[in-house]
Design a protein around this ligand. Structure first.
Ligand SMILES: Cc1cc2nc3c(=O)[nH]c(=O)nc-3n(C[C@H](O)[C@H](O)[C@H](O)COP(=O)(O)O)c2cc1C
Length: 352
């Protein structure tokens, strides 16, 4: 929860069993209601840009500026609910799921948490029923947030907003950010080229983030790409981000649907081990760009294919594919619970 303070300029945030204190350098507008949860302190220092942090929290109803990325094949109800229970905003990665499955997942998440969460859709991965059928379920079920990636959303955003759903679009350039803002997006996710999975643009987050923040102010902008510890969260908040959109770090959580071998490969990978490729990624058009970690099995032709590896996939697949991962992998040393990851992302000096 965030509670306004009239004399000292600070926002206090409680998330699950954790209590986060963000020092503010200015007064701020209206904030969401208290939840009464308690716990430990974070050391993230605020900047004037924290106005947008507060605006994003007020829009989405989460308590800490940590937004779990829509991780296709990896983020199901267990992960989304655990992140939201920890005070962040969890997301269901619904790429390639049938419309019926999207509904089941939304309901399963609601059974696990009464906290807000988001649904992520990617039109080229509309699943057996297509994107429109997935979208219809979202409009019916009305999760708090819809995040969209890889498409033209001019016709989608007004429909989602009319259903009362906070709508955000992940972009990879200033031009795309301007378009998303013109189309009415409530929030934008600036995805740097450091990011794991499919990568929309060619610009590093350090240059992209401030340019997008300036171009579409006052629309809140989340930062994505290589964020895997509290130092990185702190850095993007200081650069004007409204929050951190974190993918690879949450793949290596107990709750993610990723195969254990995939998690282990991310733990073993270092900063130099990811590459930006555009040959073939499973289920996507030839030539779609992505960031992954190369398989050690270079003799195996499957290493030329990039993909995720789910618990339900076989061991061979998990070893031989190149697997999605962002440039923050070096910070990932162990599998943690989503709650612990959210807490560590907010506590500088704690490691990941
Ligand atoms: C395994 C994996 C799957 C992903 N799937 C999706 C997806 O379905 N939809 C989406 O919007 N982004 C997806 N992304 C990209 C994330 O939204 C985000 O941009 C990225 O994870 C941020 O970089 P990081 O992984 O270094 O934190 C995926 C990323 C990974 C690592």
């Amino acid at each position: 929860m965030i509670s306004p303070c009239k004399k000292a300029d600070f926002v206090s945030m409680r998330a699950g069993k954790s209590f986060y204190l963000i020092l503010m350098q200015f007064p701020f507008p209206g904030t969401p209601a208290a939840s009464g949860r308690q716990g430990t302190r974070s050391t993230i220092q605020a900047t004037p840009a924290m106005h947008s942090v507060v605006r994003a929290l007020a829009l989405c109803g989460n308590e800490a500026p940590i937004y779990q990325a829509g991780l296709g094949g990896v983020a199901g109800p267990d992960l989304a609910a655990a992140v939201s229970e920890a005070g962040g905003l969890g997301h269901l990665g619904c790429i390639r799921r049938s419309a019926a499955d999207v509904r089941l997942w939304i309901r399963a998440t609601r059974a696990k948490t009464d906290r807000p969460f988001g649904v992520n859709l990617v039109p080229p991965g509309g699943g057996p029923d297509g994107f429109e059928a997935q979208l219809q379920v979202v409009l019916d079920e009305r999760p708090k947030v819809l995040s969209l990636f890889w498409g033209d959303f001019a016709q989608v955003i007004p429909r989602a907003k009319a259903a009362g759903i906070v709508t955000m679009v992940q972009i990879g350039s200033v031009a795309e950010a301007r378009k998303a803002a013109r189309d009415g997006a409530d929030m934008v996710i600036a995805q740097g080229i450091e990011s794991g999975g499919h990568v929309r643009g060619k610009v590093g987050l350090m240059a992209l983030l401030p340019a997008v923040v300036e171009a579409i102010a006052p629309v809140p902008v989340l930062a994505a790409g290589g964020i895997a510890d509290a130092a990185a969260v702190d850095a993007v908040l200081r650069m004007g981000a409204a929050g951190a959109w974190v993918g690879t770090r949450f793949v290596v959580s107990h709750e993610s649907l990723a195969h254990d071998i995939y998690k282990q490969r991310l733990i073993e990978a270092g900063t130099d081990d990811t590459y930006h490729g555009h040959f073939y990624s499973y289920g996507w058009k030839l030539g779609t760009p992505y960031r992954a970690i190369r398989s050690r099995e270079r003799w195996n032709p499957y290493h030329l294919i990039a993909g995720g590896a789910r618990r339900s996939d076989d061991e061979k697949h998990a070893r031989s594919f190149s697997v999605y991962g962002g440039q923050g992998v070096d910070k990932i040393r162990e599998i943690l619970s989503a709650r612990e990851i959210v807490a560590r992302l907010l506590q500088r000096g704690s490691g990941a």
